[in-house]
Write a protein that binds this ligand. Structure first.
Ligand code: SF4
Ligand code: SF4
Length: 293
């Protein structure tokens, strides 16, 4: 961007916990920003916006006022949405804790949540999208995933197409809810994607999240009631910080007298936000039968 003479460049985010600056520091992004004189901003000023399909959003002013947006997502798994790529990454345009409210509104219905993400993406419409899969993540991301070297960068103007290619590389293109929602809205036609650059690499050994386990037919079904998993707190790891309680959109978490979090699974909508925000990795996902043991 500097080489193209862009006068003001900023890097920003609205992470579910902590701040954009702290995240940038930890990830090494801050160092690069310093080197090039680029500011890091927290997306923390909400503005009411009517979405493309009619939903009411509260989006970050910092995002809305940008002339051009480059959407940079990591290539990674997500226990709730199976993969979190360009489209899901725009959830960062919703300021802080307001993200949890969308989980509460959409409940256990993954497709309703995915359709909201597609609308959000279409409302913000980044200029182009980059998925960084040089080192990606497999398994139970984003909190409990494992690094996976994919050696891949996927770049394109249409985030749905970019996400489709990423999912095709790991054979998940038929089950990721945001892709299915985009298809339903007529925003993604896999046959018309024009892939240039290196030919498509397929990673047969990529491990999807446990929440998308294969059924008896061998086909991954992230919507199956039988594969539903619930968060369970490991009391040995829990430090009672209350971050999960604060972020749970269903008020399903409480803290016991001995400062341990417990989940009321009758209220839980399986959004897995608690697992994502827990700084101790104290929350695992288990089937209901294991829960009751
Ligand atoms: S966020 Fe993690 S450590 Fe904090 S109370 Fe919840 S389970 Fe315990
Ligand atoms: S307990 Fe966890 S998974 Fe269940 S609704 Fe609350 S944040 Fe979501």
């Amino acid at each position: 961007m500097k080489d193209f003479g862009v006068s003001k460049i900023t890097v920003g985010d609205s992470p579910a916990v902590s701040s954009a600056i702290r995240v940038a520091k930890k990830s090494g992004v801050e160092e690069v920003c310093k080197k090039y004189g680029v500011d890091i901003v927290d997306f923390n000023t909400p503005v009411k916006v009517k979405g493309k399909f009619g939903r009411n959003f509260e989006l970050s002013r910092e995002v809305l006022e940008a002339d051009k947006i480059i959407n940079i997502a990591k290539f990674k798994t997500h226990t709730h949405m199976i993969m979190t790529l360009s489209v899901k990454n725009m959830f960062g345009a919703i300021v802080g804790l307001r993200k949890s409210a969308w989980h509460a509104k959409t409940g256990t219905n993954k497709m309703r949540f995915a359709d909201m993400l597609v609308e959000l993406y279409e409302t913000v419409r980044p200029t182009f999208n980059i998925i960084d899969g040089i080192w990606g993540m497999e398994g139970n991301g984003p909190r409990n995933g494992k690094p996976k070297k994919l050696g891949t960068l996927i770049i394109g103007q249409n985030g749905h197409a970019v996400d489709f290619i990423a999912c095709k590389m790991v054979k998940l293109q038929k089950v990721v809810p945001t892709l299915l929602a985009a298809e339903k809205r007529g925003l993604l036609s896999s046959k018309s994607i024009n892939l240039v650059g290196d030919s498509l690499r397929i990673f047969d050994d990529f491990i999807p999240p446990d929440t998308s386990i294969k059924g008896i037919t061998g086909i991954i079904n992230p919507f199956s009631r039988f594969s539903a998993k619930f968060p369970k707190v490991n009391p040995d790891e829990c430090i009672g910080c209350r971050i999960c309680e604060e972020h749970c959109p269903a008020n399903a978490i409480s803290i016991t007298a001995d400062d341990k979090a417990i989940v009321d699974i009758s209220k839980c909508i399986r959004c897995y936000v608690c697992q994502e925000v827990c700084p101790q990795n104290a929350i695992e996902l288990v089937r209901k039968n294991r829960y009751l043991r």
